[in-house]
Design a protein around this ligand. Structure first.
Ligand code: ATP
Ligand code: MG
Length: 551
């Protein structure tokens, strides 16, 4: 196999087969979100698969809102979903709504009634579920199952016209109450819901069920490959039954494993609860696995796509390591992020032999991978901030940063030597007096090397930052394993946000890259929209290094 020739995944095999045999002339996929929440990393996987396959095989992808539950849905979500898809860099062919097809779906329901394949059931929700039977026990037929076509038509129209209250009646397909697949035991087609819909307003008080909607919408749009997550495989016979019975365009459903990630969860219901209870700052809190959350965290669209490519498409559910995603973010930012020096836990260094008032300005590369590329101006003076952790009074031999009588290189400039440690009355170190060696300036004089290099910021030029250091949202790796007597909220990480402070070189505030930057030697950070000119705010995207290596 060629190096760049990856083995086809099972969906690619199916599509290549369908194109080769002429089963379909070209492919059309769809992404079908329910507008009841914001998109999360799991949706990114689905988006990458649906749009990725269409792009690879010269096809197209529709965006279809699966908006059949008016109670939970909202235009806020409709708009946010579009923004997130565009951010990932995908362009849909048509923007569709299941609700666009309500008239057609209704007509098909009447058609099934007329053909004796659907009936109005007056049983309660509980009676219906009880009557379904179990996997090893056939269900019981409803006492209303053999109503006449005329009666069914009249009742169904009365349901539509608002004559009945929620839950009073439902429309069911008449299939087989003893079918080995429970989904086929007279599934519900319509329920009564007196609720305003975000698009159809009060036109309808009956709404079609998922199973009676999804396949037919696919068929109306001539979707060739309807790709969904594994839990829908038991729905497939029903999907096919409606299409075959109605004799409409034969879309086909295929299932792949949903994405689960360590230390987070992807249930919209639970994410909504975190937002509503104020346990996070909103859907776009940088700790959330939502696309708007990770975007605010500084994750890039390219990193997410790299991650989706690495995890591939499988037919078996698995828990992916969040470290792989973080690794992808690091890979992408390492190549692209601009570099700046920021000190987080400052210790003052006074350079005693530096000419009073002198400021040297250096042109430093924004990205070391492009030494001839763009630069930023960094000021150097006789008073600097360094990280407290870069100095040690009783240092072991292996400590190559600053120590009494020791030397260290200041990144981009001179070697300095620690001459004196200044302490306050309590014995705390408050300042270091150092000397600099004028012959050690890079590019000038003789090159002399020392083992350690540290970052620094000129005190007079330092800009103060608010730092929001984010960590994992939950403390439990596999959030599907929350014990019975516990709640998932018991596992919220109390240290998922640690506030900090930074002293930055001035060029940072003029950064116009629009993506996260690297604070040299510490991590990647991204400017937050909460920033003001007086107080810039930076969110921690990911640490600079990690021992993790992908397989
Ligand atoms: P939830 O159960 O959290 O509400 P959902 O599956 O109902 O999620 P939808 O808005 O219906 O969310 O999903 C839109 C598409 O994204 C569907 O095709 C769905 O299968 C897919 N999807 C949702 N979650 C994941 C996931 N974790 N991994 C992969 N695909 C997903
Ligand atoms: Mg859904």
């Amino acid at each position: 196999m060629e190096e760049n020739e990856k083995k086809l995944n099972f969906l690619e095999e199916i599509i290549e087969d369908d194109l080769r045999t002429g089963k379909v002339p070209s492919i059309l996929t769809r992404f079908p979100p329910e507008p009841n929440g914001y998109l999360h990393l799991g949706h990114a996987k689905s988006l990458c698969i649906n749009f990725g396959l269409a792009m690879k095989y010269g096809g197209k992808t529709n965006l279809r809102y699966d908006d059949t539950n008016p109670v939970k849905e909202d235009t806020e979500y409709v708009d946010a979903i579009k923004e997130d898809i565009k951010w990932l860099g995908f362009q849909w062919e048509k923007e569709c709504y299941a609700s666009d097809y309500f008239d057609q779906l209704y007509a098909w329901a009447e058609q099934l009634i007329e053909r004796g394949l659907a009936y109005v059931d007056d049983q309660t929700q509980e009676e219906i579920s009880k009557g379904r039977g179990t996997v090893d026990k056939p269900g019981l037929e409803s006492p209303y199952r053999n109503r006449s076509v005329e009666e069914n038509l009249r009742l169904f129209r009365e349901m539509r016209d608002g004559k009945y209250a929620d839950g009073e009646k439902v429309l069911r397909a008449k299939i087989d109450m003893a079918h080995p697949n429970m989904m086929m035991r007279d599934p519900l087609l319509y329920r009564i819901k007196h609720a305003s819909h975000h698009r159809t307003g009060d036109k309808w008080c009956i709404y079609p069920m998922y199973d009676f909607t999804h396949g037919q919408c696919d068929s109306i749009e001539h979707i060739t490959h309807s790709i969904c997550t594994l839990e829908f495989d038991v729905h497939r016979p029903l999907y096919d039954w409606f299409i075959e019975t109605l004799g409409i365009y034969p879309s086909h459903q295929y299932e792949f494993a949903r994405l689960n990630l360590t230390y987070t969860l992807m249930s919209k219901r639970k994410l909504l609860e975190l937002v509503q209870k104020g346990l996070v700052a909103g859907w776009d809190d940088p700790r959330m696995p939502t696309l708007c959350g990770v975007r605010r965290r500084g994750y890039t669209a390219d990193a997410l796509k790299m991650f989706c490519d690495k995890i591939g498409v499988s037919k078996r559910d698995q828990l992916m390591d969040i470290q792989l995603l973080e690794w992808c973010v690091r890979q992408d930012l390492n190549a692209r992020a601009n570099r700046y020096m920021v000190v987080q836990d400052p210790l003052k260094v006074k350079i005693t032999n530096w000419p009073e008032g002198l400021v040297e300005w250096y042109d430093c590369p924004l990205n070391p991978a492009e030494p001839e590329g763009a630069t930023r101006k960094v000021p150097f003076t006789g008073e600097l901030w360094i990280e407290r952790a870069d100095f040690m009074e009783d240092a072991p031999n292996k400590f190559f940063r600053l120590k009494p009588d020791g030397e260290v290189r200041l990144k981009y400039t001179y070697i300095i030597k620690c001459e004196k440690v200044v302490k306050d009355a309590e014995g705390n170190i408050v300042e270091l007096e150092c000397s600099y060696d004028p012959t050690t300036k890079p590019g000038g004089g003789e090159w002399r090397s020392v083992k350690g290099t540290i970052h620094w910021v000129s005190c007079a030029h330092a800009k103060e930052l608010e730092l929001r250091n984010y960590d994992r949202l939950f403390t439990l790796a596999d959030m599907s394993q929350v014990p019975e007597d516990k709640d998932y909220k018991d596992y919220l990480n109390p240290e998922s946000l640690v506030m900090g402070r930074g002293l930055a070189e001035p060029a940072l505030l003029d950064d116009a890259s629009g993506i996260a930057v690297q604070f040299e030697r510490t991590g990647y950070y991204v400017k937050d929209a909460d920033s003001t000119p007086e107080k810039p705010v930076f969110n921690k995207t990911v640490s600079l290094k990690d021992s993790y290596k992908p397989e």
